[in-house]
Design a binder for this molecule. Structure first.
Ligand code: WTA
Length: 676
């Protein structure tokens, strides 16, 4: 046992500092990876033969060129794949953190997604196939989407919006959200989308931070059969956000709303009779396309800013490479557009590729747990992209739901948002993919703009739980606290050593914080993602979760994710969250919060699970506590709030009470207003 961490833990605890600062203090040691996974799934020969990137040699040649000659690699792609009003002069200028891309060029993201397809056979192809939660449907071809976007661009301009203004979009998952995004992009206004689950205070904070001039919202949206009162939340937020001059309100649910004269306007009134002629603004490559707020580890949310040309090139190419997108595919990403996944992989990436993108408004279990599978069967979806938190819910709901539907149209599956537990991966592979679909486990972040580390489905042999290899143009490394590269199988900090076109440019209004948060740790040399990772003997990347989710047991630094994966591999367990708590002897003990698949089992089951983790990982990872629960506190995007659980685990320790059933829904509600 090392004395350092324990002594410092006492130091922190005795001063009433949070366990967070204690955990950060532990980062000087390497992370030990204890999860062993040997299963390997090579792509089928028929899949590879037809794939957009089809051989290891092709991938390696692309990756090497992008690393050695980024200017040539990205410059060629930008020339070939983006439609320019005026060609760029320089591919890249400046080092990280302030690299500029494709300077001197003029471009428009809305034009890239729409206008250029109208000259091709895609003109009358479905751009968006939309299904509302109550069962209403709509399909918009590229031509029709273009028509609506042009009209709404005219509407925004008549309301006084200009290039450079910020516009908040607080809307349900309806086609008008995509229309509003593309209309903003068309006139050069920067959109800031706020997820429909956020409260009035959260909207006000974001409006104020961005100094938004307009808000586009709806009367309400549907979620599990209930109406979410979007307009009422906006009304409340505007009491505290004076920069907003006007509000556009879409009628979606038909619920009652208060319309304030000379401030609030109905979408349908403004659109009626509006011209569908609108010329896309010719914008600089580095023109701000959107701000997306993401929660920081402390304090106020961070306004991640993305610009136009680099972001678009990243979204477009990563969609094509990773999802192997073909013109005939029906592609469905289940994310909410309020998160970055929806920005890049429902709207900008698929539309720039001229793809057909499915969009669903509501919950996966409404009216029953078969809804997603019904949608796949109905539209013959070929490519399906979802999150591990959803996959674990599907497993809990039972195989009878997917088994009721014909999922044979699927040819590729994707996962994003968290490390996927190997057992959840295997279930996804068997039960949804019919053992025939490659799975792309895509690692990336709001800040990275697009997928960074992921299998290429026609190339990479996958291992359950590993996001495998970096995409062309991405040069990651696993380093220690001093920034020195670590060897294979050594866990450390995941960094990016070279800039890429779709990286964030700043945190809106706070460039200093941007430099500090992402580049401060290694003196500006590397982008630090905040995640821990290791590379295995084959060079595959395994993301171990956020570094503040690491625990230190008797001097061994363990990733909580690996203990969770061991738990989830037991047939009793649907979902698990593992945190450390102060422990006299070990420094930190291991506390497991477990959602069982069925009823809460008898106490015997706890011993069984402890034994199971010991068998899977080894004695050093023996859980000290197992607590059964029916829910876990999560952020709005489905990530477990381990920080909350740490407090609970620490507080209950002295009482020696390990049997309590926690009701996390209350805690989660308390956090809703503050947490991203
Ligand atoms: C985590 C979502 C492991 C990671 C696109 C990252 C993942 C954070 C994966 C970003 C993955 C996302 N494997 N971990 N495939 N994908 N993460 O900004 O910790 O909502 O830093 O972006 O999610 O979350 P964000």
């Amino acid at each position: 046992m090392r004395t350092g961490p324990i002594a410092s833990q006492r130091f922190f605890l005795s001063r009433g500092l949070s366990t967070d600062s204690y955990l950060l203090n532990l980062m000087s040691d390497a992370i030990e990876s204890v999860l062993h996974e040997d299963r390997l799934f090579a792509p089928a020969a028929e899949f590879s033969a037809r794939a957009n990137i089809s051989s290891q040699a092709q991938y390696e040649a692309m990756w090497q060129r992008a690393k050695d000659d980024p200017t040539g690699f990205w410059g060629d792609l930008a020339t070939k794949e983006l439609d320019w009003f005026q060609p760029f002069e320089h591919v890249m200028e400046g080092d990280m953190p302030d690299t500029k891309w494709f300077t001197g060029g003029k471009i428009n993201a809305s034009y890239q997604c729409l206008d250029r397809h109208l000259k091709t056979a895609r003109k009358n192809k479905a751009a968006i196939i939309w299904e509302g939660e109550p069962g209403d449907t709509r399909t918009l071809t590229y031509q029709q989407l273009h028509h609506e976007v042009c009209k709404f661009a005219n509407v925004l301009q008549k309301l006084g919006a200009e290039a450079g203004d910020r516009i908040t979009l607080y809307m349900p998952m309806v086609p008008e959200l995509a229309i509003a995004m593309l209309a903003c992009a068309r006139i050069g206004a920067t959109h800031s989308i706020i997820f429909g689950g956020f409260s009035a205070d959260a909207i006000a904070d974001r409006n104020n931070d961005a100094q938004a001039k307009l808000v586009v919202t709806a009367d309400g949206g549907w979620r599990r059969g209930k109406e979410i009162p979007l307009k009422a939340n906006v009304d409340k937020s505007l009491e505290k956000s004076p920069s907003v001059e006007k509000v556009v309100v879409l009628r979606r649910t038909g619920g009652d709303v208060d319309m304030v004269p000379d401030r609030d306007y109905w979408w349908h009134d403004l659109m009626e009779g509006e011209s569908a002629d609108h010329e896309a603004a010719q914008l600089d490559s580095e023109h701000p396309l959107f701000i997306l707020y993401t929660s920081g580890s402390t304090g106020k949310p961070k306004g991640v800013l993305h610009t136009t040309a680099g972001y678009m090139l990243g979204a477009q190419m990563t969609t094509r490479w990773v999802f192997d997108l073909k013109d005939e595919d029906t592609y469905w990403c289940t994310a909410d557009i309020g998160w970055v996944t929806g920005h890049s992989y429902i709207v900008y990436g698929p539309l720039a590729n001229g793809a057909t993108s499915v969009m669903y408004e509501g919950a996966p279990n409404w009216p029953d747990e078969g809804r997603f599978w019904e949608i796949i069967e109905k539209y013959r979806v070929n490519i399906f992209y979802t999150a591990p938190t959803a996959i674990r819910a599907f497993i809990k709901w039972g195989d009878q739901w997917p088994q009721k539907y014909d999922l044979s149209s699927l040819r590729l599956l994707g996962s994003v948002g968290e490390p996927i537990n190997p057992e959840a991966w295997m279930w996804y592979h068997r039960t949804i993919g019919g053992e025939r679909c490659p799975i792309v486990d895509t690692w990336w972040q709001t800040e990275t703009g697009g997928i960074m580390i992921s299998p290429l489905p026609g190339v990479t042999a996958t291992k359950p739980g590993s996001c495998t290899m970096p995409l062309p143009g991405v040069v990651p490394a696993v380093v220690n606290e001093q920034g020195e590269p670590l060897g294979l199988n050594e866990g450390g900090l995941l960094v990016m050593t070279q800039p890429w076109p779709h990286m964030l440019r700043t945190l809106y209004g706070d460039h200093e914080r941007f430099v500090d948060v992402y580049f401060g740790k290694f003196g500006g040399k590397y982008y630090f993602a905040g995640d821990g990772a290791r590379r295995d003997k084959d060079g595959y990347y395994w993301v171990l979760g956020r570094v503040d989710d690491v625990i230190n047991v008797s001097g061994h630094r363990l990733s909580t994710m690996e203990v969770e994966s061991a738990l989830v591999s037991h047939p009793l367990v649907a979902e698990a969250a593992v945190v450390g708590f102060p422990h006299e002897l070990k420094g930190e003990g291991i506390c497991c919060f477990v959602i069982p698949k069925g009823e809460i089992p008898a106490d015997e089951a706890k011993k069984e699970l402890i034994k199971h983790v010991r068998e899977q990982i080894g004695a050093l990872a023996t859980p000290d506590q197992v607590r059964f629960t029916t829910a876990l506190p999560k952020t709005r995007s489905g990530k477990i709030m381990r920080r909350l659980l740490r407090d609970i685990a620490a507080g209950k320790e002295s009482a020696g009470d390990t049997t309590t059933l926690e009701d996390f829904s209350v805690l989660a509600k308390l956090r809703e207003d503050t947490e991203g």
